[in-house]
Write a protein that binds this ligand. Structure first.
Ligand SMILES: *[C@@H]1O[C@H](CO)[C@@H](O)[C@H](O)[C@H]1NC(C)=O
Ligand SMILES: *[C@@H]1O[C@H](CO)[C@@H](O)[C@H](O)[C@H]1NC(C)=O
Length: 216
């Protein structure tokens, strides 16, 4: 016992629905896409290229705990740790026999999950075989995000320093003991230590980005 519906009213209903769908889709394509905020906690493996100097970086971002660490493996070279706290203190150290450590104080904390807010949309481009939305922020960084998964794929600093994202594990957290800077970072701040200059000047994307964007 199907209710009797006149074909004409069905047609009008169909027309109305189609028009509504048209309005919805045209509205969503009007606005430029915005970058996904960074998840509050994640682990990413990055391949970095700084004018031919290659690094593998383990980035553990932990916003709820106000901390961020870059574990930087230089190609066939030094393994360095760049531990950043939201209170502005950074510890840059090795865990080898050299016992190097440098403590830095920044006037800003770690990156906010929303640090990409307000970036200028530049359109879509293939990078690393992924179709990406591309944004720039204050001509300091170009940021490529997978159109489908919204994961970051690639970024480039104005210096040409590039990062390619190899893994991106949302919700992964590094165990607490690994966030403890070694004892030789403490109590001897006046003492001269071998300077981890390469790390301090051009290491982690986190630090580069943070200097510019933490105010946002
Ligand atoms: C690293 O970047 C340089 C340009 O700065 C480029 O010539 C080189 O091929 C890159 N190396 C890799 C492994 O991507
Ligand atoms: C910031 O926090 C870290 C970790 O708790 C601590 O070691 C450091 O001394 C703090 N820095 C300041 C300036 O309070």
């Amino acid at each position: 016992m199907a209710p009797t519906v006149k074909p004409k009213s069905l047609f009008l209903l169909h027309l109305a629905i189609s028009f509504q769908i048209f309005l919805i889709t045209s509205k969503s394509t009007d606005a430029a896409p915005v970058p996904a905020p960074w998840p509050p906690q994640f682990h990413a493996i990055l391949f970095m290229n700084n004018s031919g100097t290659l690094q593998k970086v383990d980035l553990w971002y932990d916003w709820p705990n106000g901390r961020n660490i870059n574990i930087i493996q230089n190609q066939l070279g030094k393994l360095t740790y760049d531990l950043e706290w939201d209170n502005g203190t950074s510890y840059i150290y090795t865990l080898d026999a050299n016992k190097e450590c440098r403590v830095l104080h920044f006037p800003v904390g770690i990156l906010r999950p929303s640090w990409l807010d307000g970036a200028e949309y530049l359109g879509q481009k293939y990078v690393d075989k992924f179709l990406c939305n591309v944004w720039t922020k204050v001509d300091f960084i170009w940021y490529y995000e997978d159109v489908v998964t919204k994961r970051p794929v690639h970024w480039v600093f104005y210096t040409g320093y590039t990062a390619d994202v190899i893994t991106f594990k949302v919700g992964a957290v590094l165990e607490d003991p690994k966030w403890q800077a070694p004892v030789y970072c403490f109590g001897n701040e006046g003492e001269e230590r071998p300077l981890l200059n390469s790390v301090v000047t051009d290491s982690s994307s986190g630090k580069l980005i943070r200097e510019v964007f933490s105010a946002f």
